[in-house]
Design a binder for this molecule. Structure first.
Ligand code: NAP
Length: 214
């Protein structure tokens, strides 16, 4: 498939590289047409990888990933263009974090979430929030953990969620996907990230995840 990867950070690079390895065509998008990180990434990944603006990448993708700074995601997606996102699955991995204090805070929480803001702002996009509750190396390779763990999906579009669940299973190897419900369930998974930060400090590692047992 053709994938639009919005974001030049470690998440965009890690997911992008995994998708190229699987044989997909990935265009990495940025604010700039020729972002140095995106150029380096595309050179490393070879002929299935390319780069451009957020709008170029969104137009290119049959499916689009939002891997931009959460506090700037709405801005980045505006640059991507509502028309380039219309009717497409938009996989939102972003967390609306404010990193200005040692203990992270959220720029939106409690009664709203970034996932909901994105769906409201781009009503024709089929937003599915997922993968934001773990480090990017775990996102693309859950089998590296010592036990099976869980990934969550949130979204209003049932068919889009079913497709994303297949993607999580077939492309990344997720065997346990918990469908939390509509896009308002983005609130919980985004607010979890504050606990994730404490767990990272406690474990001195990024390589861990949640497993829900009953
Ligand atoms: N790091 C992880 O393992 C991890 C795990 C779970 C979730 N997440 C979430 O995944 C997202 C990506 O994280 P990351 O660490 O890879 O990258 P990041 O540094 O959070 O974001 C980088 C991207 O955000 C864009 N950006 C920054 N400021 C912007 C602005 N004012 N307007 C428009 N775009 C702007 C950058 O554009 P340019 O390309 O133009 O510089 C770049 O593409 C974040 O929301 C993060 O919370 C990360």
């Amino acid at each position: 498939m053709r994938i639009g990867m919005l974001g030049t950070g470690i998440v965009g690079q890690t997911i992008g590289s995994r998708l190229v390895q699987l044989g997909h065509e990935v265009m990495m998008g940025s604010r700039a047409e020729a972002n140095p990180t995106a150029i380096t990434w595309a050179r490393k990944e070879g002929r299935h990888a390319s780069f451009g603006t957020f709008a170029n990448a969104a137009a290119f993708g049959e499916i689009v990933f939002n891997c931009t700074l959460g506090s700037a995601s709405l801005e980045a997606l505006q640059q991507a263009g509502a028309h380039n996102l219309a009717n497409k699955i938009l996989i939102d991995t972003a967390n609306p974090l404010d990193y200005s204090t040692p203990i992270w805070t959220l720029t939106v929480c409690n009664t709203d979430s970034l996932g909901e803001q994105i769906q409201r702002t781009f009503p024709d996009a089929r937003v599915v929030k997922t993968l934001n509750t773990m480090n990017c190396n775990v996102m693309v390779d859950p089998g590296k953990l010592s036990q099976r763990t869980d990934v969550f999906v949130s979204g209003d579009d049932i068919e889009a969620k079913a497709t994303v669940i297949s993607i999580l299973r077939d492309w990344f190897g997720w065997q346990s996907v918990i469908d939390l419900g509509d896009i308002s369930t983005s609130r919980g998974v985004e607010m979890f990230v504050v606990l994730w930060q404490d767990l990272r400090t406690w474990s001195s590692s990024h390589r861990f995840n949640i497993r829900v047992v009953s």
